[in-house]
Design a protein around this ligand. Structure first.
Ligand code: ADP
Ligand code: C5P
Ligand code: MG
Length: 209
């Protein structure tokens, strides 16, 4: 089924712990379900089910090559064409894709693509109508990440700190922060910036009416 109205694609990026996922959640809560779909770049981490758990622990999850952006772009194109996709489900504790289940996601008027490296990939960047960078200071991001990863992703303080110093921080400086220049809008502090979030919601509502 060909869509009559052009899909509005909003990209939300920023470093780990900046509040991207929280911002998306706030936006989604204010828009009717039938109008909006969230596509997390994390869902498109490459499948690693062929590797042992020990081997998966060695993967650098903060490198552009860790993502299957080809599939992500294909799915975005399908959604813009009015087609339904089977969005992968990612398991942060097992470090791989869930091969048994997917989330059936229908085409919607508004699509939010959210993830750490969506501006770094030129092809993906060019698909985004509005590019938002959630900008939160490094110390707050690592503190938030420690708490979140222990609570929700099965990690220890030592493992989060070690990963942060070896791969997360260098990748932020190389693949995330430099691409802030491509953003149309910068949201300071992320999650609870109600003024900025309300402005994005207002823009979405304009598109819908
Ligand atoms: P990201 O997706 O950018 O990594 P999240 O949205 O998952 O970031 O936020 C990381 C953690 O910080 C989460 O536990 C979230 O609840 C918390 N958080 C997000 N925004 C704020 C905020 N403004 N103040 C305090 N904690 C926040
Ligand atoms: O939500 P957030 O932006 O923090 O998600 C991206 C982060 O998830 C990356 O910085 C990466 O280090 C982390 N990650 C992880 N283990 C995985 C996959 C991603 O720690 N298996
Ligand atoms: Mg997130």
């Amino acid at each position: 089924m060909k869509k009559e109205k052009k899909t509005l694609i909003i990209g939300i990026t920023g470093g780990t712990g900046s509040g991207k996922s929280t911002v998306c959640k706030s936006i989604k809560e204010s828009i009717p379900e039938e109008n909006i779909a969230i596509i997390e770049q994390d869902a498109y981490y490459k499948d690693q089910s062929h590797l042992s758990f020990e081997e998966r622990l060695k993967t650098n999850y903060d490198h552009p090559l860790a993502f299957d952006n080809k599939l992500l772009i294909k799915h975005l194109d399908m959604l813009c064409n009015g087609e339904t996709i089977e969005k992968p489900i990612y398991d942060y504790e097992l470090h791989t894709r869930n091969l048994e289940e997917t989330i059936t996601t229908e085409a919607k008027d508004i699509i939010i693509v959210e993830g750490i490296m969506i501006l770094e990939d030129e092809e993906l960047r060019n698909k985004l109508d509005i590019k938002i960078y959630v900008d939160t200071e490094d110390d707050l991001r690592i503190l938030r990440r420690i708490q979140r990863d222990i609570k929700e992703r099965g990690r220890t303080v030592d493992s989060v700190i070690d990963q942060y110093l070896t791969t997360v921080k260098p990748a932020h400086d190389q693949f995330i922060e430099p691409y802030k220049k491509y953003a149309d809008i910068i949201i300071p502090e992320g999650g609870q910036n109600e003024v900025a979030i309300d402005m994005v919601i207002a823009r979405i509502k304009t598109q819908l009416h």
